[in-house]
Write a protein that binds this ligand. Sequence first.
Ligand code: ATP
Length: 268
Amino acid sequence: MLDRAVMTTWEVPADTPLLAARGLGFRMRDQRLIEDIDLELRPGSRTVVMGANGAGKSLLLRLLHGLITPSEGRVEWRGRPLGRASRSEQAMVFQRPVMMRRSVGANLRFALAARGIRGAERARRETEAVHAARLDHLVKRPARVLSGGEQQRLAVARALACAPDLLFLDEPTASLDPASTHMIEEILRKAQRSGVTTLLVTHDIGQARRMGDDLIFLDRGRVAEAGPLSTILASPRSEAARAWLGGRLFLERANDETPADIQQKGSK
Ligand SMILES: Nc1ncnc2c1ncn2[C@@H]1O[C@H](COP(=O)(O)OP(=O)(O)OP(=O)(O)O)[C@@H](O)[C@H]1O
């Protein structure tokens, strides 16, 4: 007979994905916005989600994080249905940081307290997060008066202070300058090195290369293709990824040109 302790403990097989979507779909009125998505995230993996505007990237992240309820299929966390408790093992950073009308330090303390972290441990994590975000000099300032880049640094550090196993990032640097983007990528890389699994939405191919190993390419709510990021970027198989990447790479090359290059071309 099985030992009682063994029977009541949920044993997770070693190859169970951290997060999985099984036949995931989301409908709004008659529109199928997310359709038939199957994916698995391994612990410690670094996955990027790309696709044209309106492809369903944000919706997919919200479904996977349990912020909206799927119309079809399910999300599994460590092999079990995603629930409220498991969501506290995840965190999400949005394109526009969500800050409370409180100081930088109080924003951090509130998030930590909400996860049951108090006392000396809370103080330690707060100091560490403020330092990671390079906001030591602004700790008493109301968070909402910080610049966009400072707020986003705080949002990322706040999410990581809660020690999530999985961090969702929805275009976290979309409206930031290169210096702020670099700082945020540094914070994220450190977290990735320490084993935090990341699922990052970005339109920036350079950032995708720096921050990801695997790519999920969405097209009109479906996975057009998925696999190793470098392979897909080098030779996309789907028409959707080919067309989108073609446009992005053309733009990136154009952006690399100096005004003199462009003038020279124009005079030919
Ligand atoms: N609450 C909603 N009600 C109706 N339609 C919605 C809702 N939320 C999203 N959509 C639609 O679902 C589609 C996917 O939206 P989503 O925001 O996920 O796209 P995205 O890939 O993140 O786009 P972007 O790159 O522009 O941020 C869009 O056509 C959008 O208009």
